[in-house]
Design a binder for this molecule. Structure first.
Ligand SMILES: *Cc1c(COP(=O)(O)O)cnc(C)c1O
Length: 356
């Protein structure tokens, strides 16, 4: 995580970095994020309760709520915990108008005003952006206003429906002359368009060693932050015509040995991963067979004749890029990381065991 952050920062020039730690740091744990991203300029996430946890863990640098406040309870946290907030709609401006300046709170709230520059999820349309800016600037409680937007296709420059260039054009023209910092880049933009770093970048997936697009993380020099490992807890000898698992989906065409791995969809391994999805057994590449069940999955031991009960199995991570597993399973690395289930024991890698 430290190395990936350093790479993101080196590509961002003089821009500051929000390390994005939403969804429990993409499944890695906020506790590790605080350590791994200690050199970032701030941590950004969605969950207000996560932001409070970051403060409770001693994080003193900025914290940003990427979707802003959902209600009055969240708005009250902004001053109490010194949180920066996104504002993406008029209802959220109204929430800020109810936050009392003064009292026990001398501090102001830094606002990240979001523009909908073409993705059509969150934000003010370009022609409504200046009015929102003026309304925020009039509030005593508001400190710095940063103009922000988010790209639909930063990893797919030639997308015919909404290009990166068009989103940048809309954002630039609607913010002409507005004072204050700007922030637009996610990982894809950070990796492919360093010229868009502006004042703050917001990398997420790249910090965990995943990539948003078709290119691999190692091509960019990123390291896997998470390795999902288990062991063989049984082996079976099957003959030609024998079927494996629920639905008897895999049928052997010859005698073979298969391994039973203690990992299933209740651990976050995708049930829709099909026959052939890559897996490492004792470091040797082999393939998934049959249907993934709640607690178990079965693998082909043909390439690993020495494998036995206790053999180490790598589902993704070191030696097996998460993006490759994700693509084989018809999803993206983000989803695999985020879906890691609470019952999976999280352990620091051996070389970090002493500092964790
Ligand atoms: C999640 C998120 C990011 C990070 O995106 P990645 O593709 O993981 O780099 C950046 N900005 C916002 C607003 C986000 O919600």
């Amino acid at each position: 995580m430290r190395a990936n952050l350093a790479l993101a920062q080196s590509r961002a020039g003089s821009a500051k970095t929000w390390a994005v730690v939403k969804a429990n740091a993409y499944g890695h744990g906020l506790h590790y994020a605080v350590q791994g991203f200690a050199a970032s300029d701030g941590l950004a996430l969605i969950e207000p309760e996560g932001a409070v946890r970051l403060r409770d863990m001693g994080w003193r640098k900025p914290v940003l709520l990427l979707e802003g406040c959902f209600d009055h309870t969240d708005a009250a946290l902004l001053c109490e915990y010194q949180l920066d907030t996104v504002v993406h709609c008029n209802e959220q401006i109204r929430l800020l108008e109810t936050v009392k300046a003064g009292g026990s709170h001398k501090a102001s709230i830094n606002v990240h005003l979001k523009m909908n520059s073409g993705m059509n999820r969150l934000g003010f349309k370009p022609d409504a952006f200046r009015a929102a800016w003026a309304r925020l600037a009039a509030l005593d409680i508001v400190g710095t206003i940063t103009a922000v937007t988010h790209f639909a296709n930063a990893d797919d420059e030639h997308n015919a429906r909404m290009s990166l260039t068009e989103q940048v054009r809309r954002f630039a023209s609607a913010t002409v002359g507005l004072a204050g910092p700007r922030s637009v880049s996610n990982s894809a933009a950070g990796l492919l368009h360093p010229e868009l770093a502006f004042d703050w970048v917001r990398p997420g997936i790249m910090l965990y060693g995943g990539t948003p697009g078709p290119r691999t993380a190692s091509e960019f020099g990123l390291l896997p932050a998470m390795t999902l490992r288990s062991r063989l807890i049984a082996t079976q000898e099957i003959g030609a015509g024998d079927a494996v698992g629920y639905g008897s989906q895999f049928v052997a065409d010859r005698a073979m040995r298969i391994g039973v791995v203690a990992c299933g969809y209740a651990d976050g391994y995708p049930r829709h991963a099909g026959i052939g999805t890559p897996v490492l057994v004792d470091g040797v590449r082999t393939r998934l067979l049959g249907r993934v069940s709640m607690d178990l999955m079965t693998v082909d031991l043909t390439p690993v004749p020495g494998a036995a009960i206790g053999s180490e199995v790598t589902l993704w991570g070191s030696g097996l890029p998460i993006d490759e597993v994700a693509h084989a399973a018809g999803t993206i690395g983000y989803e695999l990381m985020c879906a890691l289930a609470p019952r999976v024991a999280v352990r620091p890698a051996p070389d970090q065991a002493t500092t964790a």
